[in-house]
Design a protein around this ligand. Structure first.
Ligand code: ZN
Length: 258
């Protein structure tokens, strides 16, 4: 059923080109590593990066994307508001899925969709992380055990300033003692959004089999489901005909005047 779903993996693609060790870990970029995995599971995956015209997210690309994956960190401010507005409309009006990874919590598109600061605590000290599954029946954790363990990770700690998730799928524990809501589902308009925490650029997290599996599951969960296109506003003609009453004449109804 999910065969043929079209995914675009977006990455600012700066760390990999600026730091040799990160470039070696992700020779095709973080976007390339994720896209290669998704292709191996039967999805159609393309990539887009900040330095491309319109950041690679032209109307044509967006209109042919079922689910967009977003990784950004140091260049959130360089993403054009026009592109952010177009992505926002694709999510809320057309139901394009959006998966926001790790430091994408501070991306313009995530903040716009959440309406909060999306701020958090952080530490770069190689903490061990355990992501505990707290929604065991959820499609995003299909094939995942009770928890995912990441040997070394950047710590993100509560409080994470997001609206209450519609479904919380993972809670992370960190070696240093903090906890974090690390897998959060949201609905906005017709669209589904999944925030997934792992993914700091200096660790090989996008080579971790279970992290990749969750991303693939999330693509299938977030894909548009063909639900109705909603129309808003004035609706003068009711579905069932009845004798209309003038709103002002209704004020004279006996039940209001005795
Ligand atoms: Zn990070």
């Amino acid at each position: 059923m999910s065969q043929g779903l079209r995914v675009t993996v977006w990455n600012e693609f700066i760390h990999e080109r600026r730091h040799e060790a990160i470039g070696k870990m992700y020779p095709e970029g973080i976007h390339g590593a994720i896209a290669n995995y998704l292709r191996s599971t039967g999805l159609v995956a393309q990539t887009a990066t900040l330095d491309m015209p319109e950041h690679g997210l032209t109307d044509e690309v967006l209109n042919n994307t079922d689910v967009l994956i977003w990784w950004g960190h140091m260049a959130h401010g360089q993403v054009s508001d026009d592109v952010v507005n177009k992505v926002h409309q694709r999510v809320v009006k057309d139901g394009m899925g959006l998966i926001v990874l790790h430091s994408g919590h501070f991306s313009k598109i995530f903040i716009k969709l959440m309406g909060t600061s999306c701020n958090l605590k952080w530490r770069e000290a190689g903490d061990k992380e355990r992501l505990w599954v707290v929604s065991p029946g959820h499609p995003i954790v299909e094939g995942i055990g009770e928890y995912i363990e990441i040997p070394n990770a950047e710590m993100y700690g509560e409080h994470f300033d997001i609206p209450e998730p519609d479904t919380l799928v993972f809670i992370s524990w960190f070696q240093g003692g903090e906890v974090f809501r690390s897998g959060c589902c949201f609905h906005r308009g017709r669209g589904k959004i999944f925030y997934f925490r792992p993914g700091h650029e200096t660790y090989p997290i996008f080579h971790h089999a279970q992290v990749l599996k969750v991303i693939g599951n999330a693509v299938r969960w977030a894909a548009p489901n063909g639900g109705p296109v909603v129309t808003f506003g004035h609706r003068p003609e009711p579905l069932e005909p009845f004798e209309k009453v003038d709103p002002l004449a209704a004020l004279d109804h006996p039940s209001l005047t005795d």
